[in-house]
Design a protein around this ligand. Structure first.
Ligand code: RIB
Ligand code: CA
Length: 312
């Protein structure tokens, strides 16, 4: 029985690769909906980019919903400096012909969770947590009905990538993230601590081009564009492939290692706004609300990604 998931996303090239990976695994994952949120680029683009991905994957029947166009409290910040002005720079994809599904993403998330058996839906947030936080604020009763939330966000031993203390997804909407980390649903986190070990080395990147398909060429172009920012900033051998870690975990949890800890989100201090404070050594009595991933079999991860994407 395929696992039912909702992908909440702000594509973004790494989101795009994650969406394609999920759509390439229909026997394992049933994507009930893709819900777009403002983040890497404005909502007007994350919706279009999500539609481009369902079409590139040959899965136009997967519904895409527009969600929140700004964070719950703070002003929106975007990341065109990483992703380019379209959010998918590096790939020349046609404008989508598929329309957005009617209704707001937040309402659709609530409807889907409340209409399915408790414990049957996993939320997979890949961007700022605005849609998820808003859904939890509007209908807190969804939290105990969730099988799990598996999200990309945060950083602790790796620090931040947007401020010295905060990772982008959490920094953009810390209030929403605070609601998610406090909601009580089973939570698995793919922070920078693990995604900075999923580096796209040239040998990995070349495999997408060698697929010899339109999709492989598009993925190669997107990821080659996207990685340049982190390579230049961190001096890494390759760019970290953040969001596909979420989907890879659903498919092959054995590729990852982590620890059940307390994670709290800073929402007061501007100095550390959006910081994910991880009680790694169990120094407080705060509840161990999250499984915080820190290790990955990177070769196994890229083998999975290339193998699955080559099936589309
Ligand atoms: O910090 C990395 C995260 O922020 C990724 O999800 C990337 O797509 C951006 O949303
Ligand atoms: Ca993202």
């Amino acid at each position: 029985m395929a696992r039912k998931i909702i992908i909440d996303t702000d594509p973004g090239q790494d989101d795009a690769a994650a969406i394609l990976l999920a759509l390439a695994a229909p026997d394992d994952l049933e994507v009930l909906a893709i819900t777009a949120v403002a983040g890497n680029v404005p909502l007007s683009l994350t919706t279009v980019n999500s539609l481009k991905m369902v079409e590139l994957a040959g899965r136009p029947e997967v519904p895409v919903y527009a969600g929140c166009d700004r964070p719950m409290v703070r002003p929106l910040i975007t990341a065109e400096y990483v992703h380019g002005k379209t959010g998918l720079d590096g790939a020349d994809l046609p404008d989508p012909v598929t329309s957005l599904a009617p209704g707001h993403a937040v309402d659709r998330i609530i409807e889907l969770v409340m209409s399915h058996e408790p414990g049957s839906i996993t939320l997979c947030p890949l961007g700022p947590l605005t849609n998820i936080g808003t859904a939890l604020a509007k209908a807190p009763e969804i939290a105990p009905r969730l099988a799990e939330i598996v999200l990309m966000g945060g950083g602790f031993f790796e620090g931040g990538n947007t401020t010295p203390a905060a990772e982008f997804n959490i920094y953009v909407d810390p209030q929403a993230a605070d609601l998610v980390f406090r909601c009580g649903a089973p939570l698995t986190v793919m922070p920078l601590d693990v995604t900075h070990r999923a580096l796209m080395l040239p040998r990995h990147l070349d495999r997408f081009a060698q697929m010899g398909t339109r999709l492989g060429t598009a993925v190669h172009g997107m990821l080659a564009f996207y990685e340049r920012y982190d390579v230049e900033k961190y001096g890494m051998e390759g760019g970290p492939l953040h969001d596909p870690c979420v989907i890879a975990y659903l498919l092959r949890p054995d590729l990852f290692g982590g620890r059940q800890v307390n994670v709290a989100v800073e929402v007061e201090s501007e100095l550390t706004m959006g910081m994910t404070v991880v009680d790694w050594w169990g120094m407080t009595s705060r509840p161990r609300n999250a499984r915080w991933m820190g290790s990955i079999d990177a070769d196994g991860f890229f083998d999975l990604l290339v193998d699955r994407l080559s099936r589309l």
